[in-house]
Design a binder for this molecule. Structure first.
Ligand SMILES: Cc1ncc(COP(=O)(O)O)c(C=O)c1O
Length: 438
């Protein structure tokens, strides 16, 4: 049923990462959602091509999550998390640790991907400080997206996310990104480009490897439009980190929880980091929650060097491990297992990859990059970078599909419950909208 989008002016809410003026003239509201579909305020059915913001592999409004949160809220709506606990956060930490690679078994809860990144930065600092090492430099990468808090912006390699925020953390060194343009319209990892990992070695030679605290990378750079790591690239980063005592941090906020068909990208690529950040699909997007999982020795070093009885890590959020978020997380991880959703993701990879690659013959498409259930469909820029992408995102919505665009790249990320017919519907709506732009 249609819903009046203008019961008020929509003016008071300053919306995030949105063209507020354009939106308020032509609002796009979702009034309800179920499974792979949402309903717009005009009453139209919208297929979700990006799982919200890569959050909801099990589909919107999963009844099991709703019930679990409801039950939890009847028992306990809040427990102060500093020096006090409630059962669900410990249960959830066990479940998360069972999914991370062996040896990464300690989990710190936060409320978002951005908080996970800031927390990871502080864990890195605490670890080196506990070991008496003066490492004060961080390495990140061009086109990286690590959220929007000051830590994440400092590590950011996307210019619009930095431009108006000049006062960020110093001592961040950027490696080059891994999209060379040599291999376009491919499924999976590029064969060429492993040598780009040598940028980390060059930073070690320039600044001294023993001054570098950590190297942060998204195993597949997501928000910039799915940049898949070249074969051997992540392995080489791991080797260089080991040689210089640098911690390797994988930001798995998008790639975690089955997006690449495995628990995490770490398992897909066979490279184990020291620290992993995650959020989004941890609760199927139903509750705000993120986490940082660390190698056991990192936890032990930080805790064992503190004086007995003292707080070991001066960090935490009022809502760390919130009971409702933990209940949602526990239900979500059960659903992934019971419904075999990571396997479904793996099984759909080829069909989805072919479907997205079929768009590569369109005259507006510059490159299509796919891996797992993630695709970057990049269109040629119009008169200004991002102009065409922004308009396409709006037009796709009114053609019945939600897709997240960053600049001129669409980031497709279907839910793991999606059937082939849903993938076909997404591909058809994508092409139809592109055709309207010729
Ligand atoms: C890799 C990565 N890190 C961090 C974040 C930030 O997460 P949040 O928006 O939950 O703060 C995102 C969000 O898309 C992300 O893709």
């Amino acid at each position: 049923m249609a819903y009046d989008a203008h019961p008020n002016s929509l003016e008071k809410h300053w919306m995030p990462f949105t063209d507020n003026r354009g939106f308020k003239e032509d609002p796009r509201l979702v009034v309800e959602a179920s499974g792979v579909y949402a309903t717009s305020h005009r009453g139209e059915q919208i297929i979700d091509g990006s799982s919200g913001l890569f959050c909801s592999p099990a589909g919107h409004c999963h009844p099991k999550i709703i019930e679990a949160v409801h039950q939890q809220m009847q028992k306990n709506t809040y427990t102060a998390p500093f020096g006090l606990g409630h059962p669900a956060s410990f249960q959830l930490a066990d479940k998360v640790a069972a999914l991370t690679p062996d040896g990464i078994d300690h989990v710190f809860f936060v409320n978002s991907g951005s908080e996970a990144i800031d927390t990871a930065l502080k864990i890195v600092m605490s670890y080196h400080s506990a070991r008496g090492e003066n490492r004060h430099r961080f390495v990140s990468r061009e086109r990286a997206y690590h959220g929007v808090n000051i830590g994440g912006v400092s590590l950011s390699g996307m210019v619009n996310n930095r431009r108006t925020f000049p006062v960020v953390m110093p001592n961040v060194v950027m490696m080059r990104h891994t999209w060379t343009g040599d291999e376009i319209n491919i499924k999976g990892q590029p064969q060429q480009g492993r040598e780009l990992a040598e940028d980390l070695e060059r930073a070690c030679q320039t600044y001294g490897g023993n001054t570098i605290a950590a190297c942060f990378v998204e195993p597949v750079a997501g928000s910039t439009g799915t940049l898949v790591p070249p074969v051997g690239y992540l392995e080489r980063l791991r080797e260089i980190c080991d040689a210089h005592g640098i911690l390797l941090v994988f930001d798995e906020v998008i790639t975690g929880f089955g997006r690449l068909g495995t628990n995490f990208a770490a398992q897909r690529f066979g490279v184990t980091p020291d620290i992993m950040t995650m959020a989004k699909a941890l609760t199927n997007g139903s509750m705000p929650m993120g986490a940082v999982a660390v190698r056991d020795e990192i936890y032990e070093t930080v805790t064992d060097t503190a004086a007995p009885g003292a707080i070991e890590f001066f960090h935490g959020y009022t809502y760390s491990g919130h009971p409702a978020a933990c209940a949602a997380g526990l239900a979500t991880l059960e659903i992934y297992e019971e419904e075999g959703l990571f396997q479904r993701s793996a099984d759909m990879e080829e069909y989805f990859g072919d479907a997205m690659q079929s768009l590569s013959d369109h005259p507006l498409v510059r490159d299509v990059r796919t891996i797992g259930l993630m695709a970057g469909v990049e269109v040629y820029a119009d008169t200004a970078p991002g102009k065409r992408g922004t308009q396409l995102q709006k037009d796709m919505f009114w053609n019945g599909m939600h897709v997240k665009f960053t600049g001129d790249s669409a980031i497709m990320a279907p839910m793991f419950i999606a059937e082939r017919t849903h993938i076909d519907e997404m591909t058809t709506k994508f092409r139809k909208t592109l055709d309207q732009h010729i």
